[in-house]
Design a protein. Sequence first.
Lengths: 321, 245
Amino acid sequence: MILAFAESRGTSLRKAAFEAITAARTLGDDVHALIVGPSGIAAAAQELGAYGAKKVLVCEHAGFAQYNPEATAALLAERMKEYKAGVFVSTAQGRDLAPRVAAKLGAAFAPDVTSIKAEGADIVVTHPVYSGKAIATLAISGSPAIIAARPSTFTAVKVDGATAQVEAVQPVGDPNASRVKVTELKASGGAKLDVSEAAIVVSGGRGLKGPEHFSLVEDLASSFGNAAVGASRAVVDAGWRPHSDQVGQTGKVVSPDLYVAVGISGAIQHLAGMRTAKTIVAINRDKDAPIFKIADYGIVGDAFEIVPALAAAVREARRSG
Amino acid sequence: MKIAVCIKRVPDTETRIKVAGAKIDETGVKFIANPYDEFAVEAALQLKQKAGGEIVAISLGPDSVQETIRTALAMGADRGVHLKTDGQPYDTLSVAQALAAELKGYDVVLMGKMAIDDYNHAMAPALAEILGLPCVTAVTSLTIDGNKGTAEHEVEGGVEVLSFPLPAVISTDKGLNKPRLPTLPGIMAAKKKPMESKPAVLGAARVTVRSLALPPERPAGRIIGEGAAAVPELIRLLQTEAKVL
């Protein structure tokens, strides 16, 4: 049996919740899920059932209105010790929680994995290291094994006709007594989509010549509908864009369906952050730029001419398609 | 205030990785202090400026990590502790136990949110659990006032504001500060600062690296045209071949 942690915010589940269940199902059908949240979160339990969670453990408590690392880790450790594996997704929250749970249980821990399989009593996973410049195959012994899946890698899949049995559980200790408290959650720039969560990422680099020209990239992103805007390290270091937008070895590693690199030459540390995108488009003035070596579709030329034409063509294609 | 900073020796970000067995081939590889740990060193220096005290830089690994500790000493840390191992062990919890044995009695334990080699993001929370301390991870803003801390931590689409008491374990993200470069007098002074070296007492390892491989090559890149004239062909390929439109 596998227990997946279903990440939520307020009373809504996050995309990572469904990915955790799909990742857990690579080890077998007997997957349960655990959600914590304020009053009302229980209503989300059946959404998890549709993805194949046979049982959903729900802990409702006012102390879970904001992310509560200590109380959540305490409950997870208490529950996961009964299972063969505990599965998380390496989001900001998953990265904060999963190692705590592993340390509490003295359990093996493998973060940011891209594949999971059972091999006898062991679990074997792959984990990109050196930000994807190499792939480590890790053997994990003992149970429970605490595993965190790389975001956007285990695409959530529904299971036909599946429903879950829902069980209310009590917190371990008093969630209001946690030493670390989230006092506020500030939304960054409205409903901005994060590069690590988006199916389409449009990134800009130094070829844009100045921060004011990022409007081109933003417009191309909006032409696709729901695309996130990323940036190269050079422009983040120059202060044109916030670090939260940076794609690369000292930024975020992304695996979107489509990655469009505009005016990015393709330094090794940048390629390391986006080389697992399913399709890569590159627009660059320099035909010898390294980005063209890994781009499925490259266009050589002036971004200021190509990007607006592409944005218009994408809008037209989406209107007629 | 007693401040500890954990710092790891890692291959430079511009390194081309070559594989040798279950490890990387280190021939010709330039090693640097993990960039995220430099934010931790800078945070420690700023904290000491404000509250006084001592900064101890700690690294676990073979003798070569002493060079990395010297980087922190050159930036301004007071003394170094080298926890000696034969190679760089992989298992997070095994290393966390060795560090925890050395990190008792500090008011603040700082380190980067992750090392750019193993990409684990796990050391600070694992260490905090073993030490029984509160932990905040990947902070982009940090204020310590007396024995209370506040920090900001980026989450998908937002920023969490956290409050916590000291002692605590804190991991740092890019954006927190601009790490100072070691000055020449700093580098000279670092050579004379005390450095203790002792064997690391590693915990049991439950995760082993079975093999290391280069990622599958992407198909060779293809330039489909020049200028805006190539846009219709790109749209066609995105629709019919990549099927993303």
